[in-house]
Design a protein around this ligand. Structure first.
Ligand SMILES: [Zn+2]
Length: 305
């Protein structure tokens, strides 16, 4: 069983004047919810298992340092660990409603580079090919791929191009955020973006980038993992639900390599990536106990179900 987490946070050094604050049932701090709390859960779990002497499956702990940045350097390690694991438990935080995450949207970033031809805007603009104008056509085309009904979003959110107002723009670049719930939508978007054709005669369109996390959906074995988790939660007095969550995490990567994965097993709280980030202390002990119950119930669990 792979226990997965990340030690990086989105916060630059020094961005919190008060790195630890406790008020009633809330503890605030940079990364306390996403996901230092979950990393602590792993430490507590290993301590408890060692002290208790209870039989448990072989555990592998993998803590990555670059999850928030897309896990570029961690990816080969995640893939390698996936080859050994029958199940992955991801200690990212529970949702603000306290739910665990059995599905996650896939995400990617495409970079579309456009080449036109420079010319003097005042003397012979018709000799040029305007890369900014070409980019404008491509942006509108990209927006047509958006499909809110299926939860597929396409966001051309960065656009750069041209050099000076009196020069026909020679180049432009569009960066597009893409997210989908399932593989069919992922393939549809991939085909469409990679197949973008220039609109203006003489313009060239080159597509780079791609998916950094494929969607994670509930399979037979991961549905069984959900059932075992809900059971474990009930044994310690927690009513737990599993939901699909729009954000991506390292869970997407291991799930894409055939490992039944469950995410959101860390503390409950709210405000990830925001100054109001906090965990709730009220049910920390029960969530910890649930993790212990779950892990010790996975001795016979196999990825083939
Ligand atoms: Zn996280």
């Amino acid at each position: 069983v792979l226990l997965l987490g990340h030690v990086d946070t989105v916060w630059p050094v020094g961005s919190w004047s008060e790195p630890w604050r406790r008020q009633d049932d809330r503890v605030s701090g940079p990364g306390v919810y996403d996901m230092k709390g979950g990393v602590l859960f792993i430490v507590w779990l290993l301590d408890a298992l060692q002290a208790g002497g209870v039989p448990h499956p072989t555990l592998e702990v993998l803590l990555t340092p670059d999850e928030e940045a897309g896990s570029v350097a961690s990816r080969p390690h995640l893939v390698e660990a996936s080859g050994r694991a029958d199940a992955a438990l991801v200690l990212e935080p529970a949702t603000p409603q306290g739910d665990i995450k059995s599905g996650r949207r896939g995400a990617g970033e495409f970079v579309i580079r456009i080449r036109g031809r420079a010319a003097h805007q005042g003397v012979d603009p018709q000799a040029g090919v305007n890369a900014v104008a070409e980019a404008a056509h491509q942006v509108l085309h990209l927006l047509e791929l958006d499909d809110p009904v299926h939860g597929t979003t396409v966001g051309p959110n960065v656009l750069r191009g041209g050099t000076a107002c009196n020069v026909v723009a020679e180049s432009a670049e569009i960066r597009v955020d893409v997210r989908t719930w399932d593989l069919a939508e992922m393939e549809r978007i991939d085909r469409a973006v990679r197949g973008l054709e220039p609109h203006l005669p003489g313009a060239r369109v080159e597509v780079g980038g791609g998916w950094n996390r494929p969607p994670m959906s509930e399979t037979g074995a991961s549905a069984e993992l959900v059932r075992l988790t809900v059971d474990a939660a009930a044994r310690v007095g927690l009513a737990l639900r599993a939901v699909s969550w729009p954000g991506a995490s390292d869970a997407n990567i291991v799930a894409a390599h055939g490992v039944p994965a469950l995410d959101g097993l860390g503390p409950a709280g709210d405000g990830a990536h925001q100054p109001r980030e906090h965990v709730l202390t009220g049910d920390l002990d029960r969530r910890m106990a649930m993790l212990y119950e779950l892990v010790t119930s996975l001795r016979e669990f196999s990825r083939s179900g």
